[in-house]
Structures are given as C-alpha cells and as structure tokens.
Design a protein around this ligand. Structure first.
Ligand code: IPE
Ligand code: IPE
Ligand code: MG
Length: 256
C-alpha cells in the first residue's frame, strides 16, 4: 500500500522543499494530464518512438503513486486521442499493446492501493482484446475509493459532446427547458466526476488537443517544457505549488 508521504520524500531534497509549500487541505480534487512529448524524447536519444512511449509508462506509474500519496481524488490521463489513429499503424498497435501489458502487470497496484480505474472515450473502437482487459480491471476496482485513475482512451472532447446530444435526442422528451448545464454534464463520460481543477500539459505545447472541452471551462492550466518521459514527482509538486498560488475567481472579482 502507498502510505502517506513519509519515507517517500527524502528529507532536505528538492521534493521536500516543494511539499512543505503545499497545503494538503487545498489540493486540486481532480488533476487532468495531457501526457505529451514521448516521441520527441525518443528522437533526442536516437530511439524509436515506441521506446519513448515505454519510458512514458514509468512516468505514469510515478504520477499515479504521487497523486495517491498526496491525496488527490481523481487523476485523469490522456493516453490515446481519437486523432491518434492517424499515426503509423505500427505505432498505434504498439501503443495499445503497451497499455495491455501495463494492465496485466500493474492492475494489482490499483487493487492493493484502493484505486479505481475508469475509462472514458468511445469504447467501441478500442481493440477488443484491450477492451476486455480494461473492463475486467474496471470491474475489479469499481468499489475502490482512495482515488480514481481515469484513462482517456479513443477519447475526443467533441465526440463526447456529440454523443451526449445523441443521447438527448434518442432518450429524452422534447422539452428544451429541461436541459441544464448540470443535466448535460451528467450525460458526459465524466458524469460521476468533479470537473478538473488543474490541467497539466507536458512538452510545452499550448493547446488542449480536443481534451475534456466541456469539463475544463474553469480549470487552471499549467504547461511545462518537460517531456512526459522525464516528468517526475518533483514536476508534479511544482504544478501543485503553482496551482495553489493562483487566484480562482470564476467570474467574480473576489477569489473563491
Ligand atoms: C504523447 O507523446 C503520447 C501519445 C499521444 C500517445 P507523443 O507521441 O505525442 O510525443 P510527441 O508529441 O510526438 O513528442
Ligand atoms: C494529445 O497529444 C493526445 C494525448 C496526449 C494522448 P498529441 O501529441 O496527439 O496532440 P497534438 O497532435 O500535438 O495536438
Ligand atoms: Mg504529441
């Protein structure tokens, strides 16, 4: 079991200095991450792109652990977008097989640490053999309550919204006034989750790439030039420190 921070953060280290600046009672409830830069990381080292993705999965393990230990309640990781199907077939199939291996090897970490897995995205479209594994782990971890790890797979923000509208047209009555922002949120893949408070993007790109378009309306954005395979708990802690320095106003003139 991941215990609290004791023994995890070396006293006097850079991480220790950062942790001391974080108010653990004011953490973002939901952190969403656009994990970007695996390809460039590999290219810099003369490696294949898939080596970059492999190295990126170590960052996933580290950030899942750091989030759980700190007490974040929801961690969403953008792992495969609907647009990522445009990549060379070999890269696409290697990405899915990496995910399958991760599930086989690491599902027990979720169980042992009371972490729930939730997949968002269009499930039909995910390779059957991977989907089977994903649904097994979702089922097995469904009652876990410490933190929810949300994997965005075959995910597109626009198609999520279109899917919700389709459901309204199909299932709901004809009263337009019955539709509210709350009821619409309840039709998205993220229905059971709070909106992200903090959106992290690695590798320096200043765009959202079709991620959680509805849900990030008031998220604080934090972009780092660090490439995803180099992203470590130290960077995550930096993001939290800066998040807590922001003044969130939600349209008001006073902080909220
Ligand atoms: C992010 O890294 C991983 C996925 C999108 C699956 P990239 O593969 O996009 O890396 P860059 O952006 O080419 O460096
Ligand atoms: C966004 O990264 C998707 C994921 C991290 C899964 P991309 O690398 O696909 O985004 P663009 O193409 O640079 O916008
Ligand atoms: Mg990229």
């Amino acid at each position: 079991m991941f215990e609290s921070l004791e023994g995890y953060i070396e006293p006097g280290s850079e991480e220790d200095v950062l942790v001391r600046r974080i108010d653990l009672t004011r953490l973002p409830r939901h952190v969403a991450v656009i994990m970007d830069g695996n390809g460039r990381w590999a290219k810099q080292r003369g490696l294949s792109r898939i080596e970059g993705h492999r190295a990126g999965s170590d960052s996933v393990r580290e950030i899942v652990e750091a989030s759980a230990r700190l007490g974040v309640k929801v961690l969403t990781l953008y792992a495969f977008s609907k647009e990522n199907w445009r990549r060379p077939r070999r890269e696409v199939s290697e990405l899915w097989s990496l995910l399958r291996n991760y599930l086989k090897k690491d599902a027990h970490v979720l169980m042992e640490n009371d972490l729930r897995l939730l997949v968002i995205g269009q499930k039909n479209g995910i390779p059957k053999i991977v989907l089977k594994e994903l649904e097994r782990v979702e089922r097995e971890t469904a009652v876990n309550g410490r933190m929810t790890v949300v994997l965005a797979l075959n995910y597109g923000g626009r198609s999520e919204i279109v899917d919700a509208v389709k459901r309204i047209l199909r299932e709901r009555g004809t009263d337009p006034d019955a539709l509210t922002e709350e009821s619409f949120s309840g039709l998205l893949y993220t229905a059971s989750l709070p909106d992200p408070d903090l959106l992290i993007r690695t590798s320096g790109e200043l765009r959202v790439s079709n991620f959680l378009l509805w849900q990030i309306a008031y998220a604080e954005m934090w972009v780092t030039p660090v490439l995803w395979p180099d992203f470590r708990k130290k960077h995550f802690l930096q993001a939290l420190v800066e998040y807590q320095q922001r003044e969130r106003r939600f349209g008001d003139i006073r902080p909220r």
